[in-house]
Design a protein around this ligand. Structure first.
Ligand code: SF4
Ligand code: SF4
Length: 206
């Protein structure tokens, strides 16, 4: 990660104003008013009056595509957006009003990024191979600790009692009411030997 001053210096020296970052940006292609090329051009030229280009940073999802795929000069509009978001927010600059009905760009479908090429840019092609699966000894006794909170939502609530026999795949905890959450299933058959606020524990040997 380069410090902001270094990135600014590189932007001044190297940005071609080619617009490739904007033409590739998924948020721009979906119709949002986000123009990373304008932002980079403004930073390069020291222009501060183009407020819509700066506040567009709020709309950046920080996917990084402009930096790792689009920019032929190795610049990082994503990092510039991130930095700007922090500074605009600290200065109390409001976010742009959302568009009532954003229209996707005419060429959005044609500008999808080929996954293999993106993988090549990221240097991860060699890792795209079938994973070796460890053999599971289903005969061995196991104590399975099934956490009730495995995501950003609310913890699941146990729906089994201590001592209950559960089969493989049976739900042991479910989200409460309409709260955001996920059902927790027993990965193997066994007996419920422990339940607390954190987890349901299954003994597969008993
Ligand atoms: S990081 Fe932001 S500006 Fe860059 S492509 Fe993704 S959404 Fe667009
Ligand atoms: S793709 Fe790179 S060189 Fe082209 S406008 Fe964007 S930041 Fe500048």
């Amino acid at each position: 990660k380069k410090p902001p001053e270094r990135q600014l210096h590189q932007t001044r020296a190297a940005c071609l104003k080619c617009m490739l970052c904007t033409e590739t940006c998924p948020r721009f292609l979906l119709g949002h008013r986000l123009y990373p090329d304008r932002l980079m051009r403004n930073l390069a030229a020291g222009i501060s009056e183009d407020l819509p280009a700066f506040t567009g940073a709020y709309l950046c999802s920080e996917c990084g595509l402009c930096a790792v795929y689009a920019c032929v000069m190795g610049l990082d509009p994503c990092a510039a957006n991130r930095m700007l978001k922090q500074r605009l927010s600290a200065a109390g600059v409001p976010r742009p009003e959302p568009l009532e009905s954003p229209h996707a760009h005419h060429y959005a479908v044609m500008r999808k990024v080929p996954v293999r090429r993106l993988m090549a840019r990221l240097g991860v092609v060699e890792f795209d191979r079938p994973a070796e699966k460890a053999k599971l000894d289903t005969g061995a006794t196991r104590r399975l600790v099934l956490r009730l909170k495995q995501h950003a939502g609310a913890p699941a609530v146990p729906v089994v009692r201590k001592g209950a026999r559960v089969s493989a795949g049976q739900p042991v905890a479910e989200p409460e009411g309409d709260r955001l959450g996920a059902v927790v299933h027993a990965p193997m058959a066994g007996n419920v030997v422990e339940i607390d606020q954190e987890a349901v524990v299954i003994d597969t040997g008993s």
